[in-house]
Design a protein around this ligand. Structure first.
Ligand SMILES: Cc1cc2nc3c(=O)[nH]c(=O)nc-3n(C[C@H](O)[C@H](O)[C@H](O)COP(=O)(O)OP(=O)(O)OC[C@H]3O[C@@H](n4cnc5c(N)ncnc54)[C@H](O)[C@@H]3O)c2cc1C
Length: 375
């Protein structure tokens, strides 16, 4: 487990320790099997619900644990250290599928939709991407005809397992956000995507054919809702990336103490020491950026740029550190006997989803340059 507890409150430390213990005792020992079998660990998600971890930052009045965003981010990091697929399941469920309902829903929608999600009885998803609308979310083709949705969404995390979906559709010209229930007329997950990693998470295409949906927020506010959701969601993905990197470092350190070459542990070779020192330093920097963004969000301060910086940096750290971990493990790192190769595969996607690294740089540069960046 990561040692850094700078500035955490006792409550934050306690919930982090709970998540860390669960990750070490329940998640990590099974993660390799889930990855091989491409299995979504439904029973573990249910256990997370019982521990109050499916609604960490949801108010207690709505069935959540009532903790702050930083605490939620700590939980994502710890769970991702055990299994990154489980980390993204939680991150999308809470950050992308539940919080926008609280932020934009009517009182009636909030009281009806949120409690089963916060308690982990139901799962949530967020469906923005389409085959021709990824980074350019405004290009979406799914349309609403008086609240009936028709179109196809792509690569929706929790797509095959969720009960509540936030779906974005043209309404009629500008996107609005909608909520669709599993089992609604004309709605079905049509394909699970075969991926490089994150094999314990569901990533599905969804089809809507005149599916009745209820609007979330104002008509035409869809893009604003999506972007605000991603502002917070990116902090969660930065935490996921940090967790994957930490797992890779922990494995590399263990191996460096045990593996011997030329009569000594490989950790006695300075080349290996240098690698491990760089890996740890980069992870601490990623964590610090992530916590900074989460703390700004908790203080209701702007956090768009800080969240983009955290995700940009942490995802690159995850890619580098997982690659270096394989290097420290040598041939063992390249085999499926140890989890280093899974960390490497899982890390890559953190540079892609919830906005690619190129898009994070655009966000940061636009804030630096203002109007000059748009000419
Ligand atoms: C495992 C997984 C889970 C996902 N989960 C979800 C989910 O739950 N909900 C959801 O809605 N989506 C989800 N996505 C989709 C994800 O958010 C998109 O893949 C991502 O936004 C990038 O879009 P794209 O793949 O269409 O790439 P494109 O937009 O086609 O980009 C291709 C390349 O061009 C670059 N590029 C594009 N535009 C610019 C530009 N203006 N300037 C510079 N470079 C640019 C990109 O950075 C990238 O390198 C998921 C994807 C994956 C792989």
């Amino acid at each position: 487990m990561a040692m850094n507890t700078h500035g955490l409150t006792d409550d934050q430390k306690d919930i982090r320790a709970l998540a860390a213990r669960f990750a070490d005792e329940v998640v990590a020992p099974q993660a390799m099997q889930w990855d091989r079998e491409h299995r979504f660990p439904k029973e573990v998600v249910q256990q997370l619900g019982e521990l109050g971890l499916m609604g960490v930052c949801i108010p207690q009045a709505l069935g959540g644990a009532g903790a702050d965003y930083l605490t939620y981010v700590l939980v994502i990091e710890e769970l991702s250290r055990g299994d990154a697929g489980l980390g993204v399941t939680l991150a999308v469920h809470t950050g992308a599928g539940t919080l926008p309902v609280i932020a934009r829903g009517t009182r009636q929608q909030i009281e009806r939709i949120v409690p089963p999600l916060a308690q982990g009885h139901e799962l949530a998803a967020f469906a923005l991407t389409e085959s021709n609308a990824g980074s350019d979310a405004s290009a979406l083709a799914t349309r609403s005809d008086n609240g009936n949705l028709t179109g196809t969404k792509q690569w929706v995390t929790n797509g095959s397992v969720a009960h509540s979906f936030i779906v974005f559709a043209k309404d009629p010209d500008r996107p609005s956000a909608f909520v669709v229930r599993r089992g609604a007329h004309g709605f079905k997950p049509v394909r699970e995507t075969d991926k490089l990693g994150l094999n314990s998470s569901s990533t599905a295409d969804l089809q809507f054919d005149e599916t009745p949906a209820e609007r979330l927020g104002l008509p035409g506010a869809g893009l604003r809702i999506a972007l605000a959701t991603l502002d917070g969601g990116r902090i969660g993905i930065a935490a996921q990336a940090t967790g994957i990197a930490q797992a890779a470092l922990d494995l590399a350190v263990k191996h460096a103490k045990e593996r011997r070459t030329f009569g000594k542990p490989i950790g006695a070779h300075q080349a290996i020491q240098q690698k491990l020192a760089d890996m740890q330093t980069e992870i601490e920097a990623a964590r610090a950026l992530t916590w900074r963004a989460a703390r700004l969000k908790d203080a209701d301060r702007p956090h768009t740029v800080e969240g983009a910086q955290a995700k940009l940096f942490a995802s690159a750290v995850a890619r580098r550190v997982t690659g270096e971990a394989i290097q420290v493990l040598g041939g063992y790192g390249y085999t499926r006997e140890l989890p280093a190769e899974r960390y490497y595969r899982d890390a890559k996607v953190t540079e892609i989803y919830e906005g690619t690294s190129e898009i994070q740089r655009l966000v940061i540069a636009r804030a630096l340059l203002g109007e000059a960046a748009r000419e």
